[in-house]
Design a protein around this ligand. Structure first.
Ligand SMILES: [Zn+2]
Length: 368
């Protein structure tokens, strides 16, 4: 009798244990479902710390806004051009298109960025990849400016750019020769970039606001073909605000696919007007053609805000980027959001030479 009672008690205990186990599992499942999904962390590959007056909100404001927006790291640069404040202007023009005054190259932009970075704590500084941009891309001295910056601030710099070449209204306002991606002055810059493994962020409009044919494509292609060891990041895939005011570049998506296919040294920065006018459809959903393209080349796209000196605008820039990323498979979204940006600074995987491969493939000799 006592024996039977014990079996019943054991069975009851077993049932109670199983019920408890089920409850714990259900609770933990409910907990997972109830929790908000973690927002994807971003690496922003285009932040201009300074505007065309060489001023900005500064790193404290930038860091605060990055934290708010889950941006863990950023490529930062000044702006290579300074707006001329002409004697007749009643006040300092706030933007380069504010009046008819020209802009001129301003190398000190890199010094301002470097000094501001060096004033940060090492922990804060680790979040930034500074780029050298303060040179005239039509001057053969450009490479000397880069060498000087590398010497003055050893170990600080991560890349070169944004190099401003074809840029519609900005090009018209820039004093001197017209900058273009294949200008001979840039050959030495691209070669130095390849030797020092510095990615080059390049702005090169694909056409003018009024021409539907891609009249400047040849300039970009000649640069890509002549410098296969240089890692190019094409800012906004060659479009700009003034182009978009006049026309929509219908063939842009297939063209980018074609270029990625033919030039392994090319990456695309999804930023600025490219996000606003191409990556999302009229209802704000990820555009199918661009989702397909990014899925085809998942390791060749980066994201950036392209903010210029004012960082309260960051949230607006990321809203479009995040909406687009939500249309990608999660693995690809992670690559585009941050992995690809971080990979730009990693040394390339060593390619074993043929002799080594043969040696490895040879079966081991049996022990004598
Ligand atoms: Zn740009």
């Amino acid at each position: 009798m006592e024996f039977v009672d014990m079996r019943v008690v054991l069975r009851l205990l077993k049932i109670v244990f199983l019920l408890l186990l089920c409850q714990v599992s259900l609770l933990s499942l409910a907990g997972v479902r109830a929790a908000e999904p973690e927002p994807l962390r971003l690496v922003d590959c285009e932040i201009h710390l300074l505007d065309f007056n060489q001023s900005g909100d500064g790193f404290a404001s930038l860091l605060e806004n990055m934290d708010r927006q889950q941006v863990t790291a950023a490529w930062v640069m000044g702006v290579p051009l300074q707006k001329l404040w002409q004697e007749h202007a009643p006040q300092r023009p706030p933007a380069y298109e504010s009046d008819d005054g020209p802009v001129y190259y301003y190398g000190t932009t890199d010094v301002i960025v470097a000094r501001a970075l060096l004033a940060l704590t090492p922990e804060q500084r680790r979040r930034f990849h500074p780029f050298i941009c303060g040179f005239n891309p039509t001057d053969r001295n450009a490479v000397n400016h880069i060498r000087l910056m590398l010497k003055l601030y050893p170990g600080l710099w991560s890349g070169i750019g944004e190099i401003l070449t074809r840029h519609d209204a900005l090009t018209h306002l820039t004093l001197g020769e017209t900058a273009r991606a294949d200008h001979p002055a840039l050959d030495a810059v691209y070669e130095l970039a390849a030797r020092r493994r510095l990615p080059v962020l390049l702005h090169s409009n694909i056409t003018s606001p009024r021409e539907s044919a891609f009249i400047y494509l040849g300039e970009l292609e000649r640069a890509l073909a002549a410098h296969p060891k240089t890692s190019f990041v094409w800012a906004h895939a060659g479009t700009a605000a003034n182009i978009e005011r006049r026309q929509h570049l219908k063939g842009l998506c297939p063209l980018v696919g074609d270029l990625l296919e033919r030039y392994p040294n090319l990456k695309i920065l999804l930023s600025w007007v490219l996000v606003d006018h191409y990556l999302l459809d009229e209802s704000g959903r990820p555009a199918a053609a661009w989702v397909g393209l990014v899925k085809r080349f998942p390791d060749r796209f980066l994201v950036g805000s392209d903010v210029v000196g004012r960082f309260a605008k960051l949230s607006g820039a990321y809203a479009g980027i995040r909406a687009f990323l939500s249309g990608l498979p999660s693995k690809v979204a992670v690559q585009v959001a941050h992995d690809n940006a971080e990979a730009c600074f990693r040394p390339p995987a060593a390619v074993p030479d043929r002799a080594q491969v043969k040696k490895r493939a040879k079966p081991a000799r049996p022990a004598e």
